[in-house]
Structure formats: structure tokens, C-alpha cells
Design a protein around this ligand. Structure first.
Ligand SMILES: *[C@@H]1O[C@H](CO)[C@@H](O)[C@H](O)[C@H]1NC(C)=O
Length: 233
């Protein structure tokens, strides 16, 4: 009897989808930025695209800046297939970028700044998953291998002799505002690095159902509320 089995599999997939940070089957979209950095130099060219499992059809790239909100690629970039190219970044391109479907579903938003100074910190645009390595690069417009010093929340961490440093196996305590400086050139502005947990699906799936005799409804309501607020696309 295959239909009942398939239904259970589908329900399980949806349970996992709703109860975890995994993306759901129908609305997975992510915004990718190339080069992948939260800070960009003035004059630099950048490509942004909304990438879905099957196609990018129906997704619109939008941004908020200090001047405008919810504007589309046509207003500030050049559409190129499923990508949007900004050929010459200027400080007014600083803002929050995201992909949005016709139904209003949104991707994780990415914050990009064009500081206009001589040094930028290249940090991940999306949260780093707990346990992964975090690599930070410090660079000038023309050079990426000058000795740099890195700080977190205004405390010196370490020197990167070749312009970069790696924190292995990040944990939540590595979250913070990072910046870097290159002596006799200058300092970058700070960028926030976020760390996301990777254990939520496990803890949710493993949560035992409350005993039928003692307050089953209350227990389930609490779990359901917690789960739906963690729903990411
Ligand atoms: C963009 O701006 C609008 C209007 O101020 C706001 O409602 C929305 O949350 C902003 N989006 C992001 C991703 O910051």
C-alpha cells in the first residue's frame, strides 16, 4: 500500500521543514552576492541574484536605502538574466537587499555598505552556521595581502600577516562587530557577523510528545508557536 506511506513521508518532510532552519520545499530562494562581502569599495562592480531551486521566476530583487524603500533592480542596476549588476557602486548603494516573491515571501536580507574609505573588511553576508570556520579578509582597493589587524567589539583579536584570519568552529560567542585595520593605510568600518545554530531541527524532532493525561494541548501550543516564529526561507 504505497499511498499512505507517501503521505507520511510528505508530512514528515513538512514537519522537518516547519520545525527546522532547513528551507521548505516550495519557497526556497536565496540572494547571492558576488563578490561575497558586506563591505564594498566605491567604483566596484557587484552582481546580485535571486536563486531558487528550479528557477528564479517570480522573484524580485529589492532594496532599502536611506533614500528609497522597496525599489527594484531596474531603478538602480542593470538586469542581466536572473541577475542584477551594479557596475559602479557608490555610497548611496549602501542598504539592505532581499528577494521577494509575488506572494510576499522574502529571502534572508543582506546588508551592504560602501564606506568610501581606503580599507574594507570582507565578512560573510549571511549568518555563519555554528561549527563552521569564519574567515575574514582585510583589503585595500589594490591589495589583499597586506598585514592587517582584526578586532571584535573594539578589542584586538589578532594580526593577519597575509591580510586574513580564520576562526575555526565558530560558536555563538563569536558573534559581534568586526573591523580591521592596515597600518599606514586605515581602518575599515565595523560589520556584524552572526552565527546561527544548527541544532534546532534535532531538538524539535526529539521533543517527546506530552503524556495524554497531562495537559497535551498546552504543550503542543507552545511548541507550535516557537516553531513557526523560527520559519526561514
Ligand atoms: C524596507 O523598508 C520598508 C519600509 O520602511 C520596511 O517595512 C521593510 O521592513 C524594509 N525591509 C527590510 C528588509 O529592511
Amino acid at each position: 500500500m504505497s499511498p499512505p506511506v507517501r503521505m507520511e513521508e510528505t508530512s514528515l518532510l513538512w514537519l522537518l521543514c516547519v520545525s527546522s532552519l532547513l528551507s521548505c520545499p516550495t519557497t526556497q530562494v536565496s540572494l547571492t552576492v558576488s563578490p561575497s562581502s558586506s563591505q564594498m569599495f566605491k567604483g566596484q562592480s557587484v552582481s546580485l541574484s535571486c536563486e531558487e531551486d528550479d528557477s528564479s521566476a517570480g522573484w524580485t530583487l529589492r532594496r532599502n536605502t536611506t533614500r528609497d524603500t522597496r525599489t527594484q533592480c531596474e531603478d538602480w542596476g542593470s538586469p542581466a538574466g536572473s541577475s542584477c549588476i551594479i557596475t559602479y557602486m557608490v555610497s548611496s548603494d549602501s542598504g539592505v537587499y532581499w528577494c521577494e516573491s509575488r506572494e510576499g515571501a522574502t529571502s534572508t536580507s543582506i546588508s551592504i555598505t560602501v564606506p568610501g574609505g581606503p580599507v574594507i573588511l570582507q565578512s560573510p553576508v549571511l549568518p555563519v552556521t555554528e561549527g563552521q570556520d569564519l574567515t575574514l579578509h582585510c583589503r585595500t582597493k589594490t591589495s589583499s595581502n597586506l598585514t592587517a589587524s582584526f578586532s571584535k567589539d573594539d578589542s584586538f583579536i589578532r594580526t593577519g600577516p597575509a591580510g586574513h584570519m580564520t576562526i575555526p568552529h565558530v560558536s555563538r560567542s563569536d558573534e559581534g562587530l568586526y573591523r580591521c585595520s592596515i597600518s599606514s593605510v586605515g581602518e575599515s568600518p565595523p560589520s556584524r557577523v552572526s552565527v546561527s545554530g544548527n541544532d534546532l531541527s534535532v531538538s524539535m524532532v526529539m521533543t517527546p510528545a506530552p503524556q495524554a493525561e497531562e495537559g497535551l494541548d498546552d504543550g503542543y501550543d507552545d511548541v507550535t508557536t516557537a516553531v513557526t516564529t523560527e520559519h526561514h526561507f
